[in-house]
Design a protein around this ligand. Structure first.
Ligand code: HEM
Length: 455
């Protein structure tokens, strides 16, 4: 049996590379070491897996005795989300929480959101003036934030929601640059060193966000409405085996996790979509033709079923996956992965970016070509933007709806132009992969008038 190759660069240099040049970091190590390798970041080390077979072995048994998906390994998220959110829970508690919060993001419930996503898209667009310069990522973030506020709280109007929207945006924009993202990796940088320090700003924003969330929790607890389907209502009504409900602190952490996970990633992906559709206008034309031929211009459910639009959205998530890695899994027993020995206690992580750039799966991987998804069927461990197994993304179906409906609606009814004719550059945004400067565009006005639909 073989032993997993260990990256030889000085571990703190590796961490710096991961923070400032994550794509180069992964590609260099892939070229040196291949399908799996030990990455060492300071005192921390884990195995990056990028071969579909290795990823499949790990993610298809991460709920059993051999491999676990513990929440403690996601500690990096604790300062932002709190310790009681689904991402930080383990074992039974984790399974139960997932069961509780999944339904509003899937199945029948999701169909209700289709019209809402379109309506929010049109609402946000109505605030723009033709000729206005904009950052596509910020524009789309307003849309995805309102969608998730509706899914989580059941409302998107009102002063509290608007305030929450701007505070969360301000908080997340604090890590929109690689240098600023270092606060995520080094707790010492999050300390409050006086009013000038990022730590002070983080504290102020966190206090204001907490106040709004706890006010909402208090009001909703005082008048629980059993007919409501939003996540907060479901969480308020839930009881464990001992008949115990969730505490305010637990509710707060879960709301934070869903609000943040539920709009940041999606906003980045859709902004990439706008970029690609204008950088390669033949793709925009194909999307428009498909929508027109299907008569789906004003029918959001129909947009979710169009093959080329789906292939386009898949290619957006393939080429620059917003989540570069899955969460960590841990070997609980000695394992064999593709002929390599894995010792108990080893941390294993699926490297989504490298998987999506394998030549053997995606010929010319750096080319943006939606057709590859029409020519070939990829398995769940070959194309994996939402991870898999015990921690597979809870919002994957909602995210795909948002991508298709927002992009379909924008490309059908509105005209934009890119400010630069150069390709956008991927760049770290906190723990996710975003793009430099958020795609600068100019809004050029309506292309066709959207038909209003009553919700
Ligand atoms: C393009 C958009 C999105 C991408 C690329 C994405 C990607 C991911 C990935 C890769 C994971 C980790 C999976 C693993 O470790 O196997 C994850 C987890 C998660 N995602 Fe998403 N996500 C997106 C949108 C959303 C949305 C809209 C929600 C809203 C509910 C959401 C909620 C979550 C939650 C709660 C988890 C943690 C699951 C757990 O710990 O059990 N995500 N996501």
């Amino acid at each position: 049996m073989k032993t997993v190759p260990v990256t030889q660069t000085y571990p703190y240099a590796q961490l710096a590379n991961w923070i400032f040049r994550p794509l180069d970091y992964m590609e260099v190590n892939y070229r040196r070491y291949g399908d799996l390798f030990f990455a060492r970041w300071g005192l921390f080390e884990w195995v990056f897996l990028n071969h579909p077979e290795a990823i499949k072995t790990v993610l298809s048994q991460d709920m059993g005795a051999a491999i676990s998906a513990p929440g403690e390994t996601n500690e990096i998220l604790k300062p932002l989300l709190g310790e009681h959110s689904v991402m930080l829970l383990s074992g039974n508690q984790h399974r139960q929480r997932r069961k509780l919060i999944m339904p509003p993001f899937h199945g029948e419930r999701l169909k209700v959101y289709a019209d809402l996503i379109r309506q929010i898209t049109l609402e946000v667009m109505a605030e723009l003036q033709p000729g206005q310069a904009l950052q596509a990522r910020s524009l789309i973030q307003q849309m995805t934030m309102r969608v998730i506020l509706q899914a989580v709280f059941g409302l998107h109007d009102g002063d509290r929601c608007r305030r929450l929207e701007s505070l969360l945006a301000e908080r997340l924009d604090m890590v929109s640059k690689p240098l600023a993202s270092t606060v995520v990796f080094f707790p010492i940088l999050r300390k409050n060193y006086g009013s000038w320090s990022p730590g002070a700003k983080i504290e102020r924003l966190a206090a204001e966000i907490d106040e709004l969330l706890y006010a909402e929790i208090r009001e909703r607890r005082a008048a629980v409405d059993a007919s409501r389907q939003d996540v907060l209502s479901l969480l308020l009504m839930s009881r464990d085996e001992a008949g115990q409900g969730l505490s305010d602190e637990e509710l707060h952490d879960e709301l934070m996790a869903l609000l943040i996970a539920g709009h940041e990633t999606t906003a980045t992906a859709i902004a990439w979509g706008l970029h690609w559709a204008h950088y390669q206008p033949d793709i925009r034309q194909k999307v428009r033709d498909e929508i027109a031929t299907a008569g789906a211009n004003d029918d959001p459910m129909a947009l979710t079923k169009l093959p080329y639009l789906e292939a386009f959205c898949n290619e957006i998530l393939r080429i620059y996956p917003v989540a570069m890695l899955t969460f960590a899994r841990v070997a609980q027993q000695p394992l064999e992965l593709m002929g390599y020995t894995i010792d108990p206690g080893t941390l294993l992580v699926g490297c989504i970016y490298l998987l999506h750039h394998r030549e053997d799966l995606y010929p010319q991987p750096s080319e943006f070509r939606p057709e590859r998804f029409l020519e070939r069927q990829y398995s769940a461990f070959e194309f994996m933007p939402f991870g898999g197994g015990a921690r597979r993304c809870i919002g994957y179906a909602l995210a795909m709806y948002e991508l298709k409906i927002i992009l379909g609606t924008l490309l059908t009814h509105f005209n934009f132009e890119l400010v630069s004719d150069r390709p956008a550059i991927p760049e770290r945004r906190g723990i996710t992969l975003g793009m430099k400067d958020g795609v600068q565009m100019v809004y050029q006005g309506t292309r066709s008038v959207p038909t209003p639909i009553a919700i």
